[in-house]
Every structure is written in C-alpha cells, then in structure tokens.
Design a protein around this ligand. Structure first.
Ligand SMILES: *Cc1c(COP(=O)(O)O)cnc(C)c1O
Length: 355
C-alpha cells in the first residue's frame, strides 16, 4: 500500500512528560484512508492531526456503525520502539467489522499504517518508565443517509497519544460493585466486538457505581444476570483454590482481550490450571466468604492488570487478599510489562519492532 505523507509545520502542544493525562494530548499526525463501495479502501495518507469533515447525516452519528481498537507502542531502554501482538488487535478488529457490517482492512495494510504513523511521530513515544504511545484505530460509517442500512462509505483513521504510567502511585487494588440490574452485552449481541455502542451502553451503570465510591462495575451476563462477564472495560480473572478461572468467550458477550489471552498463555506455562468457564456470582461470593478466592484482577491494554481488592454485593463488602495485590497478579504485571518495554526477553514472538 502506498501511503502519502504530509508533515505538519507546527508541532502540537506536548504534555508534561512526568504527568501525562490519559487520552488528552494527541500527537502531530494521523492516518486516514477512505472506503467506497465498488472501489475498496483508497487514499491511504498520513496528515497533520485535525478535525474530520462529516455531514451531520453521517450514519455513524445516528446508528453507531463504528468499530475501534486500542494498543500501545513502547520505547525500549536502547531507544527503539516496539508493538505488542499487533496482529491480535488487527484480527480482532476484522471480527468486529464483520459483526458491524463494516468492510475489513487487509492485515498487511493495517500493520503498515500503524508502523508508518508511529514512525512519523516517533518523537511522541515517551521514554519515562511505564509510559507509552497509545494507538487508537477506528472505522466510522460516513454515508449521508438516515435509512437504516450498512453504509457504502467509511473512514479508517488512526490517532495516537502519549500516555503516562497507569500506576503513578504504585499498584493499588480497586473496589468494585457487582451490577445486578444493568447489563453491558447479551448473547447474540455485540459484546465480543470492540464498538463504541458497547461503551455508550455501559456509561449509566458506571456513573452510578462511581457516585457510590466504586471504581468499576462487575458485569453479569445479560440473560440470567447470574454469571460473571467482565470488570469495567477489562476482562476478569480469579485465583480460586490455586486454580485460575476466567469467564469463557463462548457466549459471545465477553470481549476477547489480547491481555487476557497473554495472561492465560503465561499462567499455563507457569503450571497453573486455567479454566475458561461460567462463574456464577453465587460461586464467587461463596469463595470470597470462605477464603477460597485468593486473587482477583482485571486485564486490559491500558492497565495491563488491575487487582481487585474488594467487591460489594447485596450490602456486603468482601475483601480479597487483605486488599493487597496478590503474587500471581504481580507476576503477570511484571512479566507482561517486562516483555512490552523490552526489559525481559520475549520467547513468544509477541514483540513487533517498529524502528
Ligand atoms: C478492549 C477491551 C478489553 C481488553 O482487551 P485488551 O485487548 O486486553 O486491551 C476488555 N473488555 C472490553 C469491554 C474491552 O473493550
């Protein structure tokens, strides 16, 4: 694919490298490419970051035909820049596209676009410990039409932003509330797809939980409201009686996280039995009460792992591992971040060098 590059003449404002707020300062350039039915994807280009021009009737604004991804570029100690399992994100987006009737982007073109953009804005990849460049690819439906139908035209864009350490004050376990009224996704719905609509649907419950002093909600399944699905916008894992359990992807209502997949791989290699299965809230609460629940954590690109220190259910608080991060959670964090920032060797072929 040929990418036309137009460089900016004025660099954008940069954040304080020691205190970078998430998703606020965007780097100098962005990638864009258009799709027209009958033509395919065309006009791949890197241009200065700036507003898009859309008709107010653009379909994405009304019917949310949109998919996105989230990944990071990491700077190693010797100054190189690398990606972590980018093909996993690219293939996941292909599955999201399929569900949302969005045309897919060829894998090689997609990876080329990410690498080219990161290279053009290489000096935006921060180098302080635990910082990275967050990469946000997205596709939006742009037909100026109010009929409910898949769009004939799309924009594929990529923007990037430097992000600071997720844990500037060290890893502190979070307090979460079990959500037994509202649901994030249902069987047969869009839960497995990374699409904006899922996030819009999760805001109300998250806001209520935040007002009550919780940092996330633990989502239950949308059919029986009985089985655990995810925590906030992360996958969730538990250490129960020495074994690892995590909700299965089979229902289609759990997002197949790249971090989840990587955790499972590492845990199995370390000799843990990992069960991907249904976990009822009753089983979890009983285990929390009896002490069988040894550790609990969320997993996702932004935080890597986020330990859960306390869960609130039916008027009671259950503390996990004394409210402290557990050894398995810590080992996952250390191993994954070690590979991502090139501090430890990558025996799995997970690293993709950029420059
Ligand atoms: C992106 C996302 C995750 C985590 O996926 P990673 O690939 O590990 O970043 C988990 N749950 C939801 C709902 C998500 O959108």
């Amino acid at each position: 694919m040929e990418i036309k590059i137009t460089k900016t003449t004025v660099s954008r404002q940069r954040p304080d490298p020691n205190n970078i707020p998430f998703g606020t300062y965007f780097s100098d350039h962005m990638f864009l490419m258009n799709y027209d039915k009958g033509v395919g994807w065309h006009d791949a280009r890197i241009v200065p970051y700036g507003p898009l021009t859309l008709e107010p009737s653009a379909m994405v604004l009304h019917y949310a035909q949109e998919v996105f991804e989230g990944m990071k570029a990491y700077r190693t100690a010797d100054g190189h820049i690398q990606l972590f399992r980018p093909l996993e994100n690219i293939r996941r987006m292909a599955r999201s596209c399929e569900k949302l009737c969005v045309p897919q982007i060829p894998e090689e073109d997609y990876l080329q676009a990410i690498k080219a953009l990161v290279e053009v804005d290489a000096d935006w990849v921060p180098s302080a410990p635990d910082t990275s460049l967050y990469i946000r690819p997205y596709v939006i439906a742009t037909d100026p039409k109010l009929g409910v139908h898949a769009s004939y035209t799309y924009i594929f864009g990529i923007i990037t932003c430097p992000v600071g350490s997720y844990y500037p004050e060290g890893i502190n376990p979070v307090r979460i509330a079990i959500e037994s009224r509202e649901v994030r996704a249902v069987r047969g719905g869009t839960g497995f797809a990374k699409c904006g609509g899922n996030y819009a649907a999760s805001l109300h419950a998250s806001e209520l939980a935040e007002k009550q002093g919780f940092s996330q909600v633990l989502w239950l399944d949308g059919v029986e409201q009985k089985y655990i699905e995810e925590v906030g916008s992360m996958n969730v894992m538990f250490k129960l009686n020495g074994e690892i359990v995590t909700p299965s992807l089979e229902s289609g209502s759990v997002l197949p996280g790249v971090t989840r997949k990587s955790c499972i791989h590492l845990l199995q290699e370390w000799g843990y039995e990992v069960q991907e299965r249904n976990i009822s809230i009753a089983e979890l609460i009983e285990a929390a009460g009896s002490g069988a629940l040894e550790e609990a954590w969320g997993s996702g690109t932004a935080a890597v792992v986020s330990p859960i220190g306390e869960i609130f259910y039916q008027g009671r608080d259950y503390t996990i591992n004394g409210g402290k991060i557990g050894p398995v959670t810590q080992k996952l964090y250390d191993t994954l971040t070690g590979i991502q920032w090139g501090k430890t060797p990558d025996p799995y072929g997970w690293i993709e060098p950029v420059c």
